[in-house]
Design a binder for this molecule. Structure first.
Ligand SMILES: *Cc1c(COP(=O)(O)O)cnc(C)c1O
Length: 409
């Protein structure tokens, strides 16, 4: 066991654990006892690997961007999770968990979703496996993310609009947990990120770790060494970040940089910068850093990117930042927008708004010419077209980051 491994009862340092109601004890315990045995078995690995290859399209390319490299004075590689089936990294986890659910004899899937990306990934794998699927989504998000709601329904999922609280992701999580409490015997809760009670954060990290396993192999082929100098990933709940760093945690000279959503500024009150301003607390079954007020009430998070506005953070990441192994940067809306237009303009790749936070982080760092930097491009930007059209600089879009940032609408 190494210093960053989860303990038997689910802790990464002070963070993690399983804070759950009595009624869920039995099914969470059943999962805790079985998840490693299942995902480490030959039978699981064979089925998972075959689907990742032929259904998702893995391995995803590790693309050396000559234009970003020139701009930042080092070698910049993009790990192309945007090229996966359904357009992001989330499908890796959804496939993995539905294979676990089937091996545990579960008959029905519930999930939460914010922007709808995890809901679409879950509805997709439920269609593939012929399992009934209920997706809980805040009523406000149902309105804001109409195309993803329609996609889920076409895939055969039932989408429940949650009208409690602020009618967003946090409330959808509460409602999914409530459903699970009512059907603990036959239902599997398919969680979309490195959050929730143990063993979910560790299980999701392991299912996404294919990202870093591929990066090691691809760097060895392209650079003659398996490790980069920097790994950069955006972070909401922390699943693409966990997958990106998983197989590098013991390589002390690999620097880890998280780009979280600063929103309108980490100190502005309109932010989702959990690692920067979060305080310790318990939410959705685990202990971590949480954006809360002095009375311990959750403060509604804000980000221009719907996939990053979660008030908590995966316990592994809270631990890595608090112990100094990883660095967190709060990237504001305007920086993320500018980085997205920039990549589109200089490389012809329109990234998801979430991923654009990781690209913007490059402008906050200084590199040596010999540095090798890997940025995980967690998803594609098609889903964000409306936002991109609204904020695009008038006329022809400039190519320089600063020029774009100063001309956003
Ligand atoms: C959901 C999402 C994220 C944020 O989730 P993590 O669990 O932190 O990875 C990031 N990028 C994209 C494209 C997403 O859809």
């Amino acid at each position: 066991m190494n210093q960053y491994d989860v303990t038997d009862n689910g802790y990464f340092g002070r963070y993690g654990g399983a804070y759950i109601p009595e009624i869920l004890q039995k099914c969470v315990e059943e999962l805790r006892i079985n998840y490693r045995r299942i995902i480490d078995s030959e039978d699981f690995k064979n089925e998972f690997d075959a689907l990742l290859r032929d259904y998702v399209g893995r391995p995803s390319p590790l693309y050396l961007s000559k234009n970003l490299s020139k701009l930042h004075g080092c070698k910049v590689y993009l790990k192309r999770e945007d090229l996966n089936h359904t357009g992001a990294h989330k499908i890796n986890n959804a496939i993995g968990q539905i294979l676990v659910a089937r091996r545990m004899g579960k008959k029905r899937i519930v999930a939460e979703t914010g922007a709808g990306q995890h809901g679409v990934a879950t509805a997709t794998v439920c269609a593939l496996m012929g399992m009934p699927c209920v997706v809980y989504m805040g009523a406000l998000d149902v309105q804001r993310q109409r195309p993803n709601v329609e996609k889920m329904r076409l895939l055969g999922a039932e989408v429940v609009a949650v009208k409690s609280g602020n009618q967003t992701l946090k409330d959808a999580c509460n409602e999914a947990i409530r459903d699970w409490c009512c059907h603990p015997e036959d239902t599997f809760y398919l969680i979309g990120s490195t959050m929730g009670p143990h063993p979910y954060p560790d299980m999701v990290a392991r299912l996404q770790s294919v990202i870093s396993a591929e990066i090691r192999k691809q760097l060895q082929e392209k650079e003659g060494r398996p490790t980069p100098d920097y790994l950069v990933a955006c972070i909401g709940g922390g699943s693409n970040a966990a997958g990106t760093i998983f197989n590098f945690l013991n390589d002390d000279d690999v620097k880890i940089v998280y780009a979280e959503a600063g929103g309108k500024g980490a100190e502005s009150g309109m932010t989702a910068a959990t690692l920067s301003i979060g305080q310790e607390g318990v939410l959705h079954g685990f202990r971590s850093l949480i954006i809360q007020d002095n009375d311990g009430q959750i403060v509604e998070p804000y980000s221009i990117s719907a996939g990053l506005d979660y008030p908590g953070i995966g316990p592994l990441h809270a631990h890595l930042v608090k112990t100094g192994r990883a660095q967190a940067l709060a990237i504001n809306d305007d920086e993320a927008l500018a980085a997205a237009y920039e990549l589109n303009r200089i490389d012809g790749i329109l990234p998801a708004l979430e991923s654009a936070h990781a690209l913007a982080a490059l402008h906050r760092l200084t590199f040596k010419p010999t540095d090798i930097v890997v940025v995980t491009l967690s998803g594609r930007g098609d889903k964000d077209m409306e936002t991109y059209l609204k904020h695009a600089p008038q006329g022809e879009c400039p190519t320089r980051y600063e020029d774009i940032k100063n001309n956003l609408r």
